[in-house]
Each structure stands twice: as structure tokens, then as C-alpha cells.
Design a protein around this ligand. Structure first.
Ligand code: CA
Length: 246
């Protein structure tokens, strides 16, 4: 499948630093967003280290030896675990970074297959036939309570605990990575984003904007603009990938 992709990250209207990072490696069909956290500049260090490490590990794995039967899913999990270890060890070795962590969402496109892997509450959506489907489960306290039926969607959206995430890279030496595969069709759109977008712009609005712009860069600029118009309370990052066919 040929894809057209664009991405944009923005500090927003309130924060002094942008702790989000994104990467688009078109030739590898690889796209990712990371949303860092931690005092001082630690959040920026963590999200940057995540994106860089995952790119490096996957670039080496791109041309595996003949006998290497690891699947794309295995490779994504390995890359994310390697990034987790790198962030954890950097935090252990530097007092300024001791509490740093980051989310990460990774999308890898191989022909008509999409593999998604993630940790934390950044999201990947699939947009198809005017519907939007979240492919990632938020690793957050409110999302877990919602899945257990303890909170409604509305209660989760307005909870003061909304920012508490239950899984992050860098918090522990090991991390559990969620990974899944999906088939792609011509015309599909894939959105990767940080919570600075999804806390300000609804899923239906994301679907509408993505569907109504042929140019993914224009769609990303529009979505970031909407989040900023509504206060831009957090860093805002979005990648839009348009699956253009054979
Ligand atoms: Ca955020």
C-alpha cells in the first residue's frame, strides 16, 4: 500500500516546554508518538529517547537474516522494551531524571497489514467509511475503571484522575506492551496522537477533519489549531496517515 503521511507537534498555549515527540519514517512505513513526563526537562528526554531508540532498533531489524522468523509484532515489542530499558537506566543514572517516563504509540505498515503497539494513554485510531475506531486501550486509571464498568464515559472524560496513567516507559525495568494487527483497505486513515489532542477534540471531530482534508498536513494543522483554540492546555501531537492504495 502507498501511504501519504504528515505529522505536527505543538507546545500548546499553557506549557513552557513540549514534552511530546513524533517520528515519521515513510520508507519503513513507521510512525510514532511519545508523550513524556517528569520534572524539569526529563519528560522531553524520555519521549525523545523512546522515539530514537525504537527507530534505531527497528532500522537494524528491517533487514533481518534469512533465519530470523520474528514477526513485525515481535520486533515492535522488542524495540519498545529496549526503549523502556534505556529510559529506566538513564533515570537511574541521573537524579534529575529519576521520575521520567513516557507513553508511546507505534504504527508499522507492511503492505496491507497494520501493526500497532503501545504503552500509556496516547492513541491510535483507524478511520474507515466515515467511522472512527480507537485501536489502542488507554493505559490510564479512568479507562481501566471504565472498562470495569465503574465509571461512565462521561465521568471518565471529566475526572480529576484523568491524567493518571497505569503504564509508562521508564517506570520499571520491564514493561508489558500491547500489540495488535489489522488489515488495511485503500482509503483508510490512521491517526496517532497524544492526549493533548484527545482531551480537547472529540473522536467525531477527528474523524470529520481527517476525512475532509486530502492533504494530511492540512488536517494535522487544523486539528492542532482546534485544540489550541479551546485552550491548548497540554502539548498537542498528531500524525495522519492516508492509505492511498497500490
Ligand atoms: Ca500529554
Amino acid at each position: 500500500m502507498k501511504v501519504r503521511a504528515a505529522g505536527l507537534t505543538d507546545v500548546g498555549k499553557v506549557r513552557a516546554h513540549n514534552e511530546d515527540h513524533l517520528a515519521l519514517v515513510d520508507e519503513m512505513g513507521l510512525f510514532m508518538v511519545a508523550d513524556g513526563m517528569g520534572g524539569q526537562l526529563a519528560g522531553e528526554v524520555a519521549s525523545h529517547l523512546a522515539v530514537e531508540t525504537i527507530c534505531q532498533v527497528l532500522a537494524v531489524a528491517e533487514s533481518p537474516p534469512e533465519e530470523d522468523e520474528a514477526t513485525t509484532a515481535d520486533r515492535l515489542v522488542t524495540a519498545i522494551r529496549t526503549a523502556n530499558r534505556a529510559i529506566f537506566e538513564a533515570g537511574q543514572n541521573n537524579p534529575d531524571w529519576c521520575n521520567m517516563g513516557t507513553t508511546v504509540v507505534v504504527a508499522k505498515i507492511d503492505d496491507d497489514q497494520l501493526t500497532v503497539a503501545h504503552v500509556g494513554d496516547s492513541r491510535i485510531y483507524l478511520l474507515r467509511a466515515r467511522t472512527i475506531t480507537q485501536l489502542t486501550d488507554d493505559h490510564s486509571l479512568v479507562a481501566e475503571q471504565q472498562r470495569l464498568g465503574l465509571l461512565t464515559r462521561e465521568e471518565a472524560a471529566t475526572s480529576r484522575m484523568k491524567n493518571v496513567i497505569t503504564r509508562a516507559l521508564g517506570a520499571h525495568p520491564q514493561v508489558v506492551v500491547d500489540v495488535a494487527r489489522h488489515g488495511l483497505l485503500t482509503g483508510d486513515r490512521i491517526v496517532l496522537c497524544s492526549d493533548g489532542l484527545t482531551n480537547m477534540v472529540t473522536d467525531d471531530e477527528i474523524q470529520l477533519v481527517a476525512a475532509n482534508h486530502e492533504d494530511p498536513a492540512e488536517a494535522c494543522a487544523r486539528l492542532v489549531g482546534m485544540a489550541n483554540q479551546r485552550g491548548g492546555k497540554d502539548n498537542i501531537t498528531v500524525i495522519l496517515v492516508v492509505v492511498a492504495g497500490e
